[in-house]
Design a protein around this ligand. Structure first.
Ligand code: SF4
Ligand code: SF4
Length: 487
């Protein structure tokens, strides 16, 4: 568990590379700010778990004098997961179950089209919780959401496939053109890591960050661009909710960079545990409730009866990019597609690497994955000391990756199971035989996406498939509390 050794004045965090547990206090703003003080953007409110149930409702319904919550703007937040992983202590007003239900309840007047994307990690977590197979889980969840009035329920594979292809081309371009000063390419799928990089390391790290949008951000822009065009509705009528393995995706959804015109690409993010509470509140019947297939932005309603995955339960960036680059360099498939890549554990299970050698023994490719902040810190230290030898690093904030995200179901049964044992079980379920492994290029929608974009090299493709990052280190340095993080 992340241990806060000292929690006043200068904050020191130790042993943070461990499984995430919620905390009730923010490490940035230990002193409450006055309303109307400095800071921009949405507010994160930290409230006492011991507060009344009313205090857990949307903050708009609560008199300011009642709870005196500490207010931290999203610009201050370091995404340290201290509270963003706790459903009860963080209330992002626009991204709550209450708001999701309100949108559904007012659909008749507003004529909104409600779209829900179920992340593969959330589906896996709920499958384990309910003791169902992946396909049973998705068909019951789709049936449940349709019964609530949701118009389209999507798998996240189209966004993931596009994000993988964009990352491959970005890396290959840098690798081939010898852009050594911006290698290694560091993946940017994980918002916890992205915010940490922006606010703690800024210029040192940002040139290395992959500009490919995350899978759900890519899918979000398709939902606000291609989908309204297909349906013949105004983009403002689309309401897109993502069921996510972590709370950090709420922060990603609030980024100004992730918009299509004036509309946010993601309107709402609910963590798996929040979605589970909704399932329970609405008496979800995992054994006999209604069933429905997935919908598809391009193929239409109810057209996707199969569930697809790519290797790697945290997006599969290393798996895909390494294989494809090895194929391009050697002219043949060196690694069996039905087996995971033979990664070598370097320091711990969350730091692994793989290399491709030329015939003369020279290293052609050197890739690594670094999960959890201790391993991330190691990568950053090597970049700082100019001792980096990797070409590509898949970076994730959570130890064990997204299946262990802070928003996933926790074991609440009598038997206390080691968290790593749970993650191992989830990995098996994630790669269950019912789930079809598919190369991203096998996605039947790519042709329609390409047509809609006007080609994958067009200006529109750049806007839809890529994002930008910002150096926020100075703002962090002037935060109200001196902060020292010691990994
Ligand atoms: S995640 Fe952000 S708001 Fe929450 S404790 Fe960390 S810095 Fe504070
Ligand atoms: S590693 Fe954790 S914080 Fe990052 S995207 Fe995955 S679940 Fe979210």
């Amino acid at each position: 568990m992340a241990t806060v050794k000292s929690f006043s004045g200068a904050v020191r965090l130790k042993d943070v590379s461990d499984f995430i547990a919620p905390s009730q206090a923010c490490v940035v703003s230990l002193e409450p700010k006055k309303d109307g003080g400095e800071g921009e953007g949405e507010l994160v409110r930290l409230q006492s778990r011991a507060g009344s149930s009313a205090a857990r409702g949307p903050s708009t319904s609560q008199p300011a004098s009642e709870a005196s919550p500490v207010k931290v703007t999203l610009n201050d937040c370091l995404a340290c997961s201290g509270c963003v992983t706790s459903a009860e202590t963080v209330l992002l007003e626009q991204q709550s179950t209450e708001e999701f239900l309100r949108v559904l309840d007012t659909k008749a007047e507003t004529k909104r089209v409600v779209v829900v994307t179920l992340s593969s990690q959330s589906r896996t977590s709920l499958a384990a919780h309910y003791g169902l197979s992946p396909l049973e889980t998705t068909s019951r969840l789709c049936g449940f959401l349709k019964s609530l009035g949701v118009d389209l329920v999507l798998e996240d594979n189209l966004g993931r496939d596009l994000a993988l292809l964009a990352t491959l081309e970005e890396f290959w371009d840098k690798y081939e053109n010898g852009a050594a000063d911006t290698l290694p390419l560091l993946t940017s799928e994980c918002p916890g890591w992205v915010l940490y990089a922006e606010k703690t390391h800024g210029k040192l790290v940002l040139p290395h960050m992959s500009k490919a949008r995350s899978a759900v951000a890519t899918l979000g822009s398709l939902c606000k661009g291609a989908l309204p065009a297909n349906l013949g509705v105004d983009p403002g009528r689309i309401y897109h909710c993502f069921i996510s393995p972590c709370f950090d995706k709420k922060l990603e959804a609030s980024r100004e960079d992730l918009k299509s015109g004036e509309f946010a690409d993601l309107d709402c993010v609910l963590a798996t545990t929040e979605f589970h509470k909704l399932l329970e509140a609405k008496s979800f019947d995992s054994q006999g409730g209604p069933t429905a297939p997935f919908d598809d932005i391009f193929q239409g309603s109810g057209t996707q009866r199969t569930q697809y995955s790519a290797r790697g339960s945290s997006g599969g960036y290393l798996e895909f990019v390494f294989r494809e680059c090895a194929l391009r360099l050697k002219g043949r498939d060196l690694f069996p597609r039905d087996q995971p890549l033979p990664l070598k554990v370097v320091r711990n299970q969350d730091f692994q690497e793989i290399s491709l050698l030329a015939d003369d023994g020279k290293i052609l490719l050197s890739f690594a994955l670094a999960y959890g902040f201790r391993n991330i810190q190691n990568i950053i230290r090597r970049i700082k000391q100019k001792k980096m030898t990797y070409h590509f690093v898949e970076v994730m904030a959570c130890p064990s990756g997204c299946l262990n995200g802070g928003g996933q179901m926790k074991d609440e049964g009598a038997r206390v199971i080691d968290r790593k044992e749970i993650v191992a079980q989830l990995e098996q379920l994630y790669h269950h035989g019912e789930v079809v492994l598919r190369d991203p290029r096998g996605n039947p929608n790519l042709g329609q996406v390409e047509t809609w974009l006007g080609g994958f090299k067009s200006q529109k493709a750049t806007e839809v498939l890529h994002t930008t990052f910002h150096d926020r280190t100075q703002k962090t340095e002037t935060a109200s509390t001196a902060m020292m993080i010691d990994f």
